[in-house]
Design a protein around this ligand. Structure first.
Ligand code: KIV
Ligand code: ZN
Length: 399
């Protein structure tokens, strides 16, 4: 992978990156993304089928999350289930109760570490924050095989404090330390460097400890930052379906999986063929809809302009970098005023009609006339069939 942080790259073989999905926790924290319990159960099921490694199913401090967390635990078999908890016994206990009979349980404890957040929320000294984190992890380790610790707002925190707090929680038995760009303000270079420094300088990082990352998208960098972190040694990444999450969202799981399939520089356990179905479920459960979203957006593998249609008809790679079938999707020719003869002939054929060049040109003329005159601008397959039938009725010869 070439990027401006490559000089920091840790040399290593391509490896599998663990995916923690937090659609049901951080995703739901978006103001547009409240989900009913029944919707969460369906999403948890598809995440399991997709082979997500860890599902973060809720936040102990959020009213009612524990009930759905318990229900998910009853219905799930494969992945780790993780609950977010403040560094207090009450949250850790509540998470444990929700997952009591589930073996692969995990708790994710967080403490803010940036001055701006500590001043705004906790008013505690550095030593007090470290002690809070240490005692919460020590307590949680009695009940959970895996404890993750996040230094919230790591990006805006003093590195000295990060080094100390991560070292202390690792010493208390945390297995995953999470570096968070909580407000989505890092550049890929800065974030890569931070992950590199955590890997290099934090005491207690060893084989069975994972460095994880959690990136928000406030400045549109969540996926780029997550990829930069992988280059620099992160082994777990936290993502959501469609990138839903606080404010402008989180890193989108489908983008990370697509990148891994495209570049083949790291792997994941994800069954990518389920990603579109998962995105549709999330879309139905929330008000989220981004038609242009990479991989799962409606237009991601669609071609409307004549030159592009001609190109992809001859060779898909001309305008598609990755096979849509990998994601349970297919390439589509969409007819509009910019379409050309090749696209229309191909579309007609897909719909069961054979038309010639002149007939195609005539249909396109009609379509662009409707657009120019502000009568209609989107044309479905039914519309195209209607045009073909109406305009070239006599010349039609069904295949
Ligand atoms: O954005 C964030 O820092 C979080 C943590 C609690 C992981 O969501
Ligand atoms: Zn977050």
């Amino acid at each position: 992978m070439t990027s401006n942080v490559s000089y920091h790259c840790i040399e290593r073989e391509p490896k599998n990156i663990r995916i923690m999905d937090t659609t049901l926790r951080d995703g739901e924290q978006n103001p547009l993304c409240t989900m009913y319990p029944s919707e969460k159960l369906k999403i948890a099921k598809i995440l399991e089928e997709m082979r997500v490694d860890v599902i973060e199913t809720g936040f102990a401090a959020s009213h009612g999350d524990d009930e759905v967390m318990r229900e998910i635990a009853h219905r799930t078999k494969g992945p780790y289930l993780c609950g977010l908890a403040r560094a207090v016994k009450e949250d850790i206990d509540k998470t444990f109760e929700a997952y009591r009979d589930y073996d692969r349980k995990m708790v994710h404890i967080f403490v803010p570490t940036s001055k701006v957040q500590v001043d705004a929320k906790m008013k505690k000294s550095e030593d007090e924050l470290i002690e809070m984190a240490a005692s919460a992890v020590r307590y949680a380790r009695k009940y959970f095989p895996v404890v993750e610790f996040t230094a919230e707002d790591s990006v805006r925190s003093e590195f000295g404090l990060l080094e100390k707090i991560y070292g202390v929680v690792l010493n208390e038995g945390a297995r995953v330390i999470n570096v968070a760009d909580t407000v989505g303000c890092a550049s890929p270079k800065e974030f890569g460097e931070l992950v590199y420094k955590v890997n290099k300088f934090v005491k207690g990082i060893k084989k069975d400890v994972q460095v994880s990352v959690h990136c928000h998208n406030d400045l549109g960098m969540a996926t780029a930052n997550t990829l930069s972190a992988i280059e620099n040694g992160a082994e777990q990444v936290e993502c959501t379906i469609c990138g839903i999450g606080e404010r402008s969202g989180n890193c989108a799981i489908e983008q990370i999986v697509a990148w891994s399939l495209y570049k083949e520089e790291f792997g994941t356990n994800i069954d990518s063929s389920k990603l579109y179905e998962a995105a549709k479920l999330v879309e139905r459960a929330t008000k989220f809809r981004n038609n242009m979203a990479p991989i799962v957006g409606e237009s991601a593998f669609s071609h409307k302009s004549g030159i592009h249609q001609h190109g992809v008809i001859n060779n898909r790679n001309a305008y598609e970098v990755i096979d849509p079938a990998l994601f349970g999707r297919k390439s589509e020719i969409i007819i509009g005023p910019h379409s050309g003869y090749h696209g229309l002939v191909q579309k007609a054929e897909e719909l069961g009609y054979k038309i010639d060049k002149e007939q195609a040109a005539y249909v396109i003329d009609c379509i662009s006339g409707l657009v120019r005159n502000e009568i209609k601008k989107n044309f479905s397959d039914r519309d195209i069939i209607g045009f073909i039938k109406r305009i070239v009725r006599r010349a039609l010869s069904p295949l």
